[in-house]
Design a protein around this ligand. Structure first.
Ligand code: C2E
Ligand code: MG
Ligand code: MG
Ligand code: MG
Length: 287
């Protein structure tokens, strides 16, 4: 009896796996078509500077509206796009779209774009960034490229020269989600970062956890010591913001300022040359 039961469970499990697999295959196919079918779009989340009280730029965040499944989160489809290699096509689309958008703004605000480790598979990324900057006329100093530790772990030998070449174009490199996974302090010795983003899991626990607070303090201290710009992600409450300010972190991103929104939501800011953007227009060293 146990045997039959076992087989039954196994068969059930197999069918489940099959369904999952075929779902994966069809999503994979759909994802390949997504860019050409205009199912992808970008949302923009502002980064605020608490010192000056202005918006200093935006992070571009990808969204996919699937014809059947509706809105699919990047947490779900970016890993799939990475596994299948579609990320190189989608990543280029994101970069071009975000740079085109930012080039249209009447204020020199920053635009941050997330890059996947898979986009560093070839040296092509440097040519792609260069071409898109030329094509759109965007000042390279306004483009921030966000990378995660995944890149530095998987392919440190490839990553270093590519990051150096990207920086030579005049763009800035941001270490995203710092403090999670296998983030290592030695990355700061090896890789040329300009900015660090404190991962939102620490910010979330800031007011309840002394450990989270200690880690945030350590990251801020490290960033300052190295002359890096520090940005706290996922700031949702005034209490979190005040703690960050007290520790000397002035740049924040999170629902407290605004959730990611279609750019139309911010037209009043980005298209008005006289609106109260960042007083230094993003040109000060701290930005
Ligand atoms: P990320 O780069 O760390 O982006 C920040 C994420 O935190 C975004 O999630 C944003 O919506 C969310 N967030 C912002 N403020 C708050 C807050 O106050 N509270 C909470 N709970 N969450 C907040 P999203 O848009 O779902 O993106 C998730 C991740 O997907 C991103 O994390 C990034 O790693 C990846 N991703 C997004 N767009 C792209 C893209 O164009 N290319 C690549 N390669 N990855 C992308
Ligand atoms: Mg990011
Ligand atoms: Mg992040
Ligand atoms: Mg994240």
């Amino acid at each position: 009896r146990a045997k039959t039961e076992g087989r039954g469970i196994l068969r059930f499990f197999d069918e489940g796996m099959d369904r999952q697999l075929s779902m994966r295959h069809s999503m994979e196919h759909d994802l390949r078509m997504a860019a050409s079918r205009s199912e992808l779009h970008l949302l923009y989340q502002p980064l605020a500077c608490l010192e000056t009280g202005g918006i200093i730029g935006f992070e571009a965040l990808l969204r996919w509206t699937h014809p059947v499944h509706g809105s699919v989160s990047p947490a779900e489809f970016v890993p799939l796009a990475e596994d299948t290699g579609v990320i190189t096509v989608i990543g280029e689309w994101v970069l071009r779209k975000a740079c085109q958008e930012a080039a249209r703004w009447k204020q020199p605000l920053k635009i941050a774009v997330n890059l996947s480790p898979a986009q560093f598979g070839t040296d092509q990324i440097v040519d792609i960034v260069k071409q898109i900057l030329d094509e759109t006329g965007l000042d390279p100093g306004r483009l921030d490229l966000e990378i995660t530790e995944g890149l530095l772990i998987k392919n440190p030998e490839r990553a270093l020269p590519i990051l150096n070449q990207l920086r030579a174009l005049g763009v800035r490199i941001v270490m995203d989600d710092f403090g999670t996974g296998y983030s290592s302090l030695s990355y700061f010795r090896t890789f040329p970062f300009d900015k660090v983003k404190i991962d939102q899991t620490f910010v979330r626990d800031l007011t309840e956890s002394r450990v989270a607070l200690a880690i945030v303090k350590a990251i801020i201290g490290l960033g300052k010591g190295l002359g890096l710009s520090i940005i706290a992600e996922g700031v949702e409450t005034v209490e979190q913001m005040e703690l960050l300010l007290a520790e000397g972190c002035h740049k924040i991103q999170g629902y407290l300022v605004s959730p990611p929104q279609p750019i139309g939501h911010f037209e009043w800011l980005v298209l008005d040359p006289l609106s109260s953007g960042h007083p230094c227009h993003g040109r000060c060293d701290a930005c």
